[in-house]
Design a protein around this ligand. Structure first.
Ligand code: DX5
Ligand code: ZN
Length: 218
């Protein structure tokens, strides 16, 4: 990956005008779409019909983050509706290798996410099945939480393993990413940064994206 990507999360956007909120971030590399089922996490957002319609009107690609149980069953649906990148949680997938292959076969990038307490080591042998590895930097479920520095050693180990494998896997962080924390994540090896409250909570989302990018690239 040549440059650092900032993917704003529409979880912090105004839900009554999601079309405008997507158009406010056209300078971003992708829109991060958090799907929650009130089982895998104690919060509920949207499902395939809403994501499909938003995708049709979005000026930028979709980076879908599935915080749902039964990922093996539901993740392929998001690839089918054309989402460019689909990330399932390792903790919610019974057959992650098979699932990653299915997502790629349907033309999406295959992503896998790990909760803060889930170790990365059991998954290092499947790096080449993935296009993206998401190291959660908060417990998934809500925006606006504090960045967990205890995830940085895992991020560093993942970055080393990706480099060593020669596979082209993007390393994403999600949760608590701000101008204050993004430098630490970049230094540890992340190259895709999800930012919800620090983009949509700002008066000027486009300027917030630029601000994050310039701190990360420092
Ligand atoms: C939380 C979601 C995040 C959330 C991040 O579980 O996965 O994508 O929107 O929000 P901030 O950037 O506010 O921590
Ligand atoms: Zn997310």
């Amino acid at each position: 990956m040549s440059h650092l990507h900032i993917n704003p999360s529409i979880l912090s956007a105004d839900f009554s005008r999601l079309g405008d909120e997507l158009r406010a971030i056209t300078d971003a590399d992708a829109a991060h779409i958090d799907v929650m089922d009130n089982h895998f996490v104690p919060n509920l957002t949207w499902g395939p019909p809403v994501v499909e319609r938003l995708h049709e009107i979005s000026p930028i690609p979709f980076d879908v983050h599935l915080m749902i149980e039964d990922a093996d069953r539901w993740a392929p649906r998001y690839a089918e509706i054309g989402c460019e990148s689909v990330t399932f949680h390792a903790e919610a997938a019974i057959a992650p290798i098979k699932l990653a292959r299915e997502l790629r076969a349907q033309g999406s990038r295959a992503g896998m996410a790990l909760r803060p307490a889930t170790p990365v080591e059991p998954y290092l042998d499947m790096l080449e099945e993935l296009d993206l590895l998401l190291i959660m930097t908060v417990e998934p479920g809500f925006g606006g939480q504090k960045f967990l520095d205890l995830t940085l050693p895992k991020l560093r180990r993942a970055a080393e393993a990706v480099r060593g494998s020669g596979a082209s896997v993007a390393l994403q962080v999600d949760g608590g990413v701000s101008e204050e924390t993004i430098g630490r994540a970049a230094e540890a090896g992340a190259n895709v940064f999800v930012a919800g409250s620090s983009v949509y909570g700002a008066d000027d989302p486009a300027a917030a994206i630029e601000g994050l990018r310039s701190v990360a690239e420092r």
